[in-house]
Design a protein around this ligand. Structure first.
Ligand code: FAD
Length: 332
């Protein structure tokens, strides 16, 4: 079940599938300092990109931008900005996209986001001008085109003569997708249709909500392909290393973990053994989806590098393996 469509990650390591990571913006100065070290460690794994979440309603805009700028200035990693549009007017969303483009960000994860608690969450509720991620995808392309309408490119062999080149396009416009169904979705057909709408709007990559069974991801990809989706669908995987984190994730995403994992984490008293359970589970899941044709891995880090890098090491595609791979390639 190999996936078709554009490259999922722009891998710079020929020997392995592309990997990417997700971070959230820190809330305190101490956390910001720690996050800088985390980013440096993650960068050593040469990810295709690192994405930074965006607080609902723009609450984390400045902190998200600070993290993205850090990546631009201090690493070779491509930063990807999550942006949400729910509750925004066209003008506000336009300004937001322009601000991120002006900061040098060219990759986005376009999201509708969740309306404030108590607000009607249906797409027809009309809070703000933009009702879906697909509309934000279109807006990102439009703002980019308005910013840099046409480039002039030279014609080989004709010095001084130029022609209008292709319009610059954002590097990656990714969108979210939900292998076990969006909490508000009426069924899998709607999730596939929503993803197809995002692709038609101009998305070139999808990243999944976390899931716990390889067949959930692989089955969803099959249904998406049958429904006409062609863009790469990156599996989102998180090594969950404490029972408290698993409970919080379940509450946030509504995706039920396997009872066995929840119970094993709960009854295991030792923190190191708990971490081992979570990392082992994520590694097996990642291996299974890669074996099933996944075009890469998107790892949710919870702002820690240890567990996700451990998963990559166990898969044989970690930082050290990469160095080994490079050495082998040079020696050949
Ligand atoms: P959409 O795809 O636009 O819509 C979500 C659902 O609404 C659809 O699946 C469908 O069921 C329904 N729907 C949409 N359009 C229609 C229509 N026309 N008719 C009928 N039904 C429709 N949230 C944040 O606030 N910040 C983040 O940084 C963030 N990052 C995320 C990263 C990933 C990888 C994922 C999976 C989620 C993330 N979220 C984030 C959560 C996300 O904002 C919520 O899940 C939100 O409820 C849906 O956003 P969306 O972009 O999927 O919306």
């Amino acid at each position: 079940m190999a996936q078709t469509g554009p490259d999922a990650g722009g891998a710079d390591c020929r020997d392995r599938p592309p990997v990417s990571f997700e971070l959230f913006p820190p809330r305190t100065d101490a956390a910001a300092l720690a996050l800088g070290r985390t980013i440096d460690k993650l960068a050593e794994a040469h990810p295709a990109f690192i994405s930074v979440t965006f607080g609902a309603g723009g609450s984390s805009r400045d902190r998200s931008l600070t993290v993205l700028r850090y990546m631009l200035e201090h690493t070779d990693v491509e930063p990807m900005a999550h942006l949400t549009c729910v509750g925004s007017s066209h003008a506000e969303a336009n300004r937001l996209v322009r601000e991120f483009l002006d900061a040098g960000i060219t990759s986005f994860l376009a999201l509708r986001g969740d309306p404030p608690a108590g607000a009607d969450a249906s797409p027809d509720a009309g809070i703000g001008d933009l009702d879906s991620a697909a509309e934000l995808v279109q807006l990102i392309h439009r703002v980019q085109e308005e910013r840099e309408p046409f480039g002039q490119v030279g014609i080989p062999g004709l010095p001084g003569v130029t022609q209008i080149g292709e319009r610059p396009r954002p590097e990656r416009v990714a969108v979210a997708t939900f292998p076990t169904g969006h909490p508000r979705s009426r069924g899998v057909a709607q999730d596939v249709d929503t993803l197809l709408a995002k692709e038609i709007a101009g998305a070139n990559l999808a990243i999944t909500q976390l899931f716990w069974r390889a067949e959930d991801y692989l089955g969803f990809v099959d249904r998406a392909r049958a429904g006409g989706v062609t863009i790469p669908i990156l599996p989102g995987i998180m090594p969950v290393t404490t029972p408290a984190r698993l409970a919080r994730l379940t509450e946030l995403t509504g995706v039920e973990p396997p009872a066995s994992l929840a119970i094993d984490l709960e009854i295991e008293p030792d923190a190191a053994a708990q971490a081992e359970l979570g990392i082992g589970y994520a590694t097996r899941l990642a291996a299974d989806v890669l074996a099933g044709g996944a075009p890469g891995l998107h790892l949710y880090t919870f702002n820690r590098h240890e567990a996700v890098l451990d998963v990559l090491d166990r898969l044989g595609i970690g930082v050290n393996d990469r160095l080994v791979n490079e050495r082998n390639t040079t020696e050949r």
